[in-house]
Design a binder for this molecule. Structure first.
Ligand code: FAD
Length: 311
């Protein structure tokens, strides 16, 4: 049988996972992080709303700082993917795509979500993201498109919400249906019209990164924008939680209590994978709570963790 490797295994090395790791290691718990990379934070060209960084910081630079901080307290950072977790509180085993399984007393799931992308090649997508021609998060960077010409690709209530939010920054917002099917019902069209938001029939296709703009084909018509926001939904990475039998919301997010405990004893969750505001600050806050709860739950079950004063 694999030897117990960790008090705390954290799956995911984004802002949530790395914050949890820093806390857990400073609680003197043996802490392993397994991270597959390429999460949402890693894609941020420059965040300007994350407090403490006037002038902003790129997602990768922020993650680099956090990794350095985590390793300085003894966190064992491993690149890889966790495919499944089994066991129960006090003794879980995580199986990785490659490498030895990890045996751990408790688990924090910080696996995030992935935005659905419109059809566009990988290189063009990276270029558009880096230049702010394509953006995914109006809460994060709506400020940056103030008075710009903005397109939103999407349908239904989600696209209405996103376009209405952006309308607070600019009076030039156009929503383009992702497919040839009607994107909105009559009431939604009226709501958009009342806000002065233009609706263009889909399908949105042939997205091109231009010299100073981004363009796309909308039902055969080429439209140019300063920025396009895809509002196409996302995939929640909660398969590990589901495999453990944890309770999920209808959207697939992991349900947690006010201390970030999932419905499975010994398993905690933080960040975008939990329902709530999908922001770095929120992910970090939840992760601090998750790691502290994990520490206190382990201490309640393991007297030697309580330290000399409490022994
Ligand atoms: C383009 C863009 C711009 C953004 N701008 C901002 C901004 O300016 N300000 C802001 O506050 N927020 C911003 N966000 C949102 C922010 O990125 C997220 O809220 C934040 O990254 C959530 O952190 P997280 O740790 O939960 O998830 P993530 O950063 O997505 O990290 C999750 C990690 O888990 C790993 N993982 C998943 N499954 C497994 C597995 N089975 N095994 C191992 N590893 C796994 C992934 O590989 C990934 O590295 C932006 C998002 C995008 C896409």
């Amino acid at each position: 049988m694999t030897a117990m490797a960790a008090d705390c295994l954290i799956v995911g090395g984004g802002p949530a996972g790395l914050t949890a790791a820093i806390y857990a290691a400073r609680f003197r718990l043996t802490t392993v992080v397994v991270d597959a990379g390429g999460g949402r934070a890693a894609q941020i060209p420059r965040t300007r709303n994350h407090a403490g960084f006037p002038g902003g910081i790129s997602g990768e630079a922020l993650l680099d700082r956090m990794r350095t901080q985590a390793v300085s307290f003894g966190v064992d950072l491993r690149a890889g993917r966790v495919d499944a977790i089994g066991g129960s509180a006090g003794d879980f085993t995580a199986w990785l795509t490659q490498g030895e399984p990890v045996r751990t007393r408790a688990v924090i799931l910080a696996t995030g979500v992935s935005n659905h992308r419109p059809e566009i090649g990988e290189a063009a997508h990276a270029q558009a993201l880096a230049r702010g021609l394509l953006r995914y998060c109006p809460v994060c960077d709506g400020y940056e498109v103030t008075d710009r010409n903005v397109g939103v690709i999407g349908a239904g209530a989600h696209a209405v919400r996103e376009a209405s939010f952006l309308r607070a920054y600019t009076d030039r917002v156009t929503v383009i249906g992702p497919t040839a099917a009607p994107a909105f019902g009559a009431a939604q069209r009226a709501e958009l019209a009342a806000l002065g938001i233009t609706v263009a029939d889909g399908p949105a296709s042939d997205i091109r990164v231009e010299a100073t703009a981004i363009s796309l084909e909308a039902a055969g018509r080429r439209l140019w924008f300063d920025t396009v926001y895809p509002a196409l939904g996302s995939t929640v990475h909660s398969a590990l939680a589901a495999g453990l039998g944890a309770s999920l919301t209808a959207d697939g997010c992991i349900r947690v209590d006010t201390h970030q405990r999932t419905s499975v004893p010994g398993v905690y969750a933080a960040g975008d994978v939990v329902i709530g505001l999908d922001q770095i600050s929120h992910a970090m806050g939840e992760a601090g709570v998750a790691a502290t709860t994990l520490r206190n739950d382990l201490a309640a079950a393991t007297p030697q963790l309580r330290g000399p004063a409490a022994a």
